[in-house]
Design a protein around this ligand. Structure first.
Ligand SMILES: C[S@@+](CC[C@H](N)C(=O)[O-])C[C@H]1O[C@@H](n2cnc3c(N)ncnc32)[C@H](O)[C@@H]1O
Length: 159
């Protein structure tokens, strides 16, 4: 399975980059992982609704360039569907059985994902009703994909 994670902005914090590298290394045993960072837009502190919409559109256009018609696209969205780790593992296995060989997971920038990306998504995944910083979200997502592969492989991992 090819797994892409697409997100705006470069992760600058060393401790997050270390965690991303660690989970990427662990995941390389189970899938082909590709992390695609698109350029992010600078967000002014008190941006108007119009400016925020423009920022999301620009970042959305950059994300869209990487989306493949044949891929199963998952948008990370707070109001998406919440799954347990076991349910996520079962979905990944199921999508694979139904011919999906390429999953693209998209994380929004600091003000979220453009509507066009949300509409394109085949599935919207929520990690809870809480808002996580987009850069930390990459680590959480990688850990949960790794957990899903461990569950599907029947291999022990902390419960
Ligand atoms: C800082 S959040 C954006 C917050 C923005 N107000 C929104 O509602 O999308 C940045 C990105 O991280 C992801 N994210 C943050 N918290 C999440 C959660 N609980 N579940 C799923 N994705 C989340 C989403 O992709 C979101 O676009």
């Amino acid at each position: 399975m090819q797994i892409d994670i697409i997100a705006p902005g470069r992760v600058k914090e060393r401790y997050l980059r270390d965690a991303i590298d660690e989970y990427s290394k662990r995941l390389s045993r189970y899938c082909r992982l590709n992390i695609i960072e698109v350029a992010d837009e600078k967000t002014p502190e008190h941006a108007s609704e119009g400016v925020e919409r423009q920022i999301k559109e620009k970042e959305g256009e950059r994300i869209a360039k990487h989306l493949r018609d044949s891929a199963f696209v998952i948008a990370l969205a707070i109001d998406g569907k919440q799954l347990s780790s076991e349910e996520m593992a079962a979905r990944i296995s199921d999508w694979g059985l139904h011919g999906v060989s390429h999953i693209q997971l998209v994380i929004g920038g600091s003000i979220g994902l453009d509507d066009a990306i949300l509409r394109r998504a085949d599935f919207r995944l929520s990690f809870s009703k809480m808002t996580f910083p987009h850069q930390l979200m990459r680590v959480i997502l990688l850990e949960q994909i790794y957990r899903a592969y461990k569950i599907n492989a029947g291999e022990p991992y902390h419960k």
